[in-house]
Write a protein that binds this ligand. Structure first.
Ligand SMILES: Cc1cc2nc3c(=O)[nH]c(=O)nc-3n(C[C@H](O)[C@H](O)[C@H](O)COP(=O)(O)O)c2cc1C
Length: 338
């Protein structure tokens, strides 16, 4: 399938794997790229630029297809070594960067000079327009359904995607709640040029996380995510567990006076314990409502092939059939009035 996104990134299928902390390692990114999508290594999961350079080299050894790196710009007192990470990306010959969080403007000249395409992840049309105006090549439009940080506007993709289509000139992918061929066809119908998936890719054979994480996603329903850190205006959609319910209890008890320090035990440094050790009660971890649509743990190749097969069948059989029915109705009407 050719879209503006497949053309922009030089990939076969319009399917991206979003950056995911302690999940987006070379194993998953290369598997997605080898299956014809765009795999993405999560920059900040590598504690130093040197480690990121090593991860990029590892990924390159596992695929000769294009892959990207996610750079998440977080508000922070002690910011990570962003110049070092950008240098590692450029020197590693990476051709796509997924930016997220704060405005990436400061880093664009260096990235663009190196011929890197930048896709910025946004949860609102106004931020998407800003990203377009500063020179980003594409947008990943992250609806309220998404795992991770959905922003504070709470606009689901059935509204956000057509709104983005009305306003944007550059191509965009639909992100949040995407799982299968139905998601892809719906995303295309709403104006996107492809889709980005997070949670769905965790429940695959190649995702380098503990089996307990995959099992938790398969077991979860669409009712099992919660929004945490809303009082801190840093809302995150996570899978519920004892730590999350404790965190929410603190939010209710402390109200507007809550600070980040109050919830440190539930959020700080918990990802390695969850993703690598499989300690599912260790703290809050991002997960999308789409968990309700995930019932298996296929290989990435099986998943992407299945999505493309379903999308093709939907377009050429069900939707084409509906269009055929309509024209038959019109023909009957024309006959009746002639
Ligand atoms: C476990 C997990 C960790 C994530 N970590 C990051 C991250 O570090 N940076 C980022 O930009 N997005 C992150 N995301 C968001 C994903 O890239 C993607 O936008 C999101 O998962 C899409 O929604 P979905 O889960 O419904 O597919 C994370 C998502 C999950 C599920």
């Amino acid at each position: 399938m050719k879209t503006r996104i497949t053309e922009l990134f030089g990939i076969e299928h319009p399917i991206l794997q979003g950056g995911m902390h302690h999940v987006g390692l070379a194993e998953l990114a290369s598997a997605v790229s080898n299956a014809g999508g765009l795999g993405i290594i999560t920059g900040l999961t590598q504690r130093t630029p040197e480690l990121l350079a090593r991860e990029i080299a590892r990924c390159r050894a596992m695929t000769d297809k294009p892959f990207g790196v996610n750079l998440t710009f977080l508000p922070s007192v002690n910011p990570p070594d962003y110049p070092g990470y950008v240098k590692a990306i450029i020197e590693g010959g990476v051709k796509v960067v997924e930016t997220a969080g704060n405005n990436p403007q400061k880093w664009l000249p260096a990235l663009k000079d190196a011929g890197i395409k930048v896709i910025h992840k946004c949860t609102s049309v106004r931020h998407a327009l800003k990203a377009e105006s500063i020179g980003c090549d594409a947008i990943s439009v992250d609806g309220f359904e998404c795992g991770g940080h959905p922003g504070e506007d709470d606009i689901p993709n059935f509204i956000l995607l057509p709104r983005a289509a009305e306003e944007l000139t550059i191509p965009f992918v639909a992100s949040g709640g995407m799982a299968d061929g139905r998601s892809l066809v719906a995303a295309l119908a709403l104006g996107a040029e492809g889709m980005n998936m997070g949670t769905r890719f965790i429940a695959t054979q190649e995702a380098p996380v503990h089996e307990n994480v995959k099992r938790a996603i398969v077991a979860a329903s669409e009712l099992d995510t919660r929004l945490v850190m809303r009082p801190l205006r840093n809302t995150e959609r996570v899978l519920t567990n004892a730590a999350v319910e404790r965190l929410l209890q603190k939010e209710r008890a402390l109200g507007a006076s809550i600070t980040f320090e109050d919830i440190l035990p539930e959020v700080a440094g918990v990802y390695p314990r969850i993703m690598q050790q499989g300690d599912m009660e260790a703290g809050a971890w991002s997960c999308g409502m789409v968990a309700g649509l995930i019932q298996d743990v296929p290989t990435v190749q099986q998943l992407i092939d299945r999505i493309m097969g379903e999308a093709h069948a939907l377009i050429t059989e069900r939707l084409a059939g509906l269009a055929g029915q309509r024209s038959a109705t019109l023909q009957n009407q024309e006959r009746a009035f002639s």
